[in-house]
Write a protein that binds this ligand. Structure first.
Ligand code: C5P
Length: 326
């Protein structure tokens, strides 16, 4: 029996510029991701019974099990669980290699700490962690570029969860250039309060609303200048005026109550407030860790806020944590 445990980060978009859709319906993006300290853990284990099984447990910030999300994940069709889809792709590759005899069956355990359907790439982080875990489980020896290519086929945010740190995404947001490694000494730490909404928001729906109103007047996409890149890697004061998200206006039209969350965060003293990805999570930038805790305590009381979670970045990308052979 072999067992491998890996983890991968959720993310916030420091910048997210969106162009009008391509003929395939996808939108060209220029976005800068920051990987967050909230991580998904995926443990994969070879089994004698063939097939892929998955069990997901979601946790609240205080470590208790989030029963509602855990039950919702149990009802999910395994074919739409990104960790399962990632494992199936690597299982097919393993079946042709020296580990063929152990590739028949795999069980996957997902421990979720990134909110579901929040615009923080929780599902993509599941896929990224499953990819690095299965790569090790079956000794596939896939390099970073190959994992990126497979990740891209699973979802536009998967490559960002693989690389971590602060990274520029172009194309569909899935062609990565690392701007700063996670937890690197030369990059300032950013402390955030992630303000969860009571209800998730569908990413395609937000993009459709962008197409309906915003696409026609979207400015041309340009990559950040070296000066802008430096500011994004600097401390919170320099970062705060640079936060921008073209999906914020369409998301707020679909969920007007998010404007109340954003306004409350500004009033409470956040340095800057932005939507995380396609939302509905609102990210409030704090001065430091203590300020983030104070903001979280104050904002949890807002009726538009389901939960306030502290997170910091940039965190490292997907990584194997432990391997066991017995
Ligand atoms: O790639 P992923 O499956 O995560 O994307 C979810 C949805 O978000 C897509 O089906 C598409 O509607 C939208 N999307 C987009 N342009 C992108 C990324 C995502 O329109 N660059």
């Amino acid at each position: 029996m072999r067992e491998v445990r890996a983890s991968a980060p959720g993310k916030v978009n420091l910048t997210l510029r969106v162009g009008p859709p391509n003929p395939d319906g996808y939108h060209p993006l220029v976005t800068v991701f920051e990987a967050l300290s909230l991580r998904e853990t995926v443990t994969v284990r070879t089994t004698k019974t063939p097939g892929v099984r998955v069990e997901t447990t979601a946790y609240l910030p205080d470590g208790r099990v989030d029963e509602a999300t855990t039950a919702a994940m149990a009802d999910l069709d395994p074919g739409s669980h990104l960790a399962v889809r990632a494992a199936r792709i690597l299982q097919r590759l393993a079946a042709a290699g020296p580990w063929a005899s152990t590739a028949a069956g795999v069980s996957i355990r997902v421990d979720k700490r990134v909110p579901v359907a929040g615009g923080m790439a929780g599902g993509s982080a599941d896929a990224a962690a499953a990819l690095v875990a299965c790569n090790q489980l079956w000794d596939l020896g896939l390099g970073a570029d190959q994992l990126q290519a497979i990740g891209r086929s699973l979802g536009a945010d998967v490559p960002a969860c693989l690389v971590g740190g602060i990274a520029l995404g172009t194309g569909r947001g899935d062609r990565m250039r690392v701007l700063a490694d996670g937890e690197a000494g030369d990059t300032s730490a950013h402390h955030w309060v992630m303000l969860l909404a009571h209800e998730g928001l569908s990413t395609p729906e937000v993009f459709r609303e962008f197409d309906r109103v915003d696409a026609a007047c979207a400015p041309g996409l340009v990559e950040p200048t070296p000066g802008e890149t430096r500011a994004l890697r600097s401390g919170p004061e320099e970062l705060s005026p640079r936060l921008v998200n073209d999906l914020q206006a369409p998301a707020l039209r679909l969920r007007p109550e998010l404007a109340r969350t954003m306004e409350a965060a500004r009033r409470a003293g956040a340095l800057a407030v932005t939507l995380s990805g396609s939302g509905p999570t609102v990210a409030a930038l704090a001065r430091d860790a203590e300020h983030a805790h104070d903001l979280a305590r104050a904002l949890e009381a807002e009726d538009t806020v389901a939960r306030a979670m502290c997170a910091s970045g940039p965190a490292h990308g997907a990584v194997v944590e432990e391997t066991e052979v017995s």
